[in-house]
Write a protein that binds this ligand. Structure first.
Ligand code: PLP
Length: 350
């Protein structure tokens, strides 16, 4: 028996993914362009992303945890993998068994890596003003890093999506000072939005994530970044809702006239959250908008198919899930939209 076909799928456009990476690589100037593939490739499937981007020439990949590194499976020798969350006490065994480099974020992590005596290169994160992960600049300059073989010295921008924010220039200035003081094979500051700030931010290696997957990281990327993920859901039932009858939990929608309604197999357990309810979310039937009616249920969704022709039980509708516009409609961030797409979707690489 073949496996049951799920009533949900995400079409993932390989050519768009690669084109987006090439655009960020171009915008990175002389810097090498890597790819953040944490959170299972922002929900799309990290292995599929790595394979396609490696074919296109990408060599540097970033995951969050050792479990994510292991889940990727074996990587070609030419590829480099960094584990952004570094080296907890629990990670020692996995780190020794892996070719991936830990990104050391704290003095304790530096001490742990030295004690492991792995005898190979690591990466180091320095916090230049975000107050998230990383050594302070003072710690980094204190001699703590002496004796380490640092491949990539990195920092992360807090406000890169706001080009006018003064913290960008401050972080750039601080990072330049660190570059002059701390030897490393290469230096890296920019995520997707950071690349859009200009090549001064690129240093030797850039680390885009969101933009590769079709998100618009900041001004300058519109019109260049292509859609990558298109979620689709199957219609389980088509019904005629009579005038004045209500739809869904809470009976929040009442039909102003008799209407044709499709019930789709998707809900908030699939990341299609309450923020897409009445007046905000919509499906598309061959490009014709089909607005959401009433509340989103856990696994089901009602949409108005009155404007669409020939839509029937068993058909598939695309969810209108363009990260930038769906983010405004739903109040969710583009990151939330991509990473909350659940396990129930079949991921179909086109
Ligand atoms: C997630 C992450 C990135 C990628 O950021 P995007 O905003 O998705 O481009 C780059 N660097 C670090 C350290 C990250 O945590």
């Amino acid at each position: 028996m073949t496996a049951p076909v799920p009533p949900l799928r995400i079409d993932i456009d390989s050519a768009a993914l690669v084109a987006n990476w090439r655009w960020f690589a171009e915008a990175s100037g002389r810097a090498v362009c890597g790819a953040a593939v944490k959170a299972d490739g922002y929900g799309l499937g990290a292995r599929g992303v790595v394979d396609r981007l490696a074919d296109a020439g990408c060599r540097d990949f970033f995951v969050a945890t050792w479990a994510e590194a292991e889940a990727l499976g074996p990587l070609a020798d030419a590829l480099s993998l960094s584990v952004l969350h570094g080296l907890r006490a629990e990670d020692a065994e996995a780190a020794l068994a892996s070719r991936a480099r830990p990104v050391l974020n704290s003095a304790a992590m530096v001490a742990r890596w030295k004690a492991l005596g792995a005898g190979r290169a690591c990466d180091v994160m320095i916090d230049t003003g975000m107050n998230r992960l990383g050594l302070t600049p003072e710690e980094a300059r204190s001699g703590l890093l002496d004796g380490l073989e640092i491949d990539t010295l990195m920092s992360h921008l807090a406000c890169a999506d706001e080009p006018g924010h003064p913290l960008n220039e401050q972080q750039l200035f601080t990072f330049r000072g660190l570059k002059a003081a701390i030897p490393a094979r290469r230096y890296s500051l920019a995520n997707s939005a950071g690349i859009c700030l200009g090549q001064r931010y690129a240093f030797g290696l850039t680390r885009p994530g969101l933009g590769l997957y079709g998100g618009i990281p900041g001004p300058g990327a519109e019109g260049h970044v292509r859609r990558v993920a298109r979620p689709h859901a199957q219609i389980l039932q088509v019904r005629i809702v009579p005038r004045d009858a209500t739809v869904g939990y809470g009976a929040t929608f009442a039909a102003p006239a008799a209407m044709r309604v499709a019930i789709l197999n998707v809900g908030y357990a699939d990341g299609y959250l309450r923020g897409f309810g009445e007046g905000r979310g919509r499906a598309l039937a061959g490009g014709v908008p089909c607005p959401v009616l009433g509340r989103v249920s856990m696994d089901l969704l009602a949409v108005d198919i009155g404007a669409a022709q020939d839509v029937e039980e068993g058909d598939w509708l695309e969810l209108d899930y363009d990260p930038a516009t769906a983010s405004i409609a739903s109040g969710l961030s583009q990151y939330e939209l991509l990473t909350s797409l659940g396990r129930r979707y079949q991921r179909c690489w086109l």
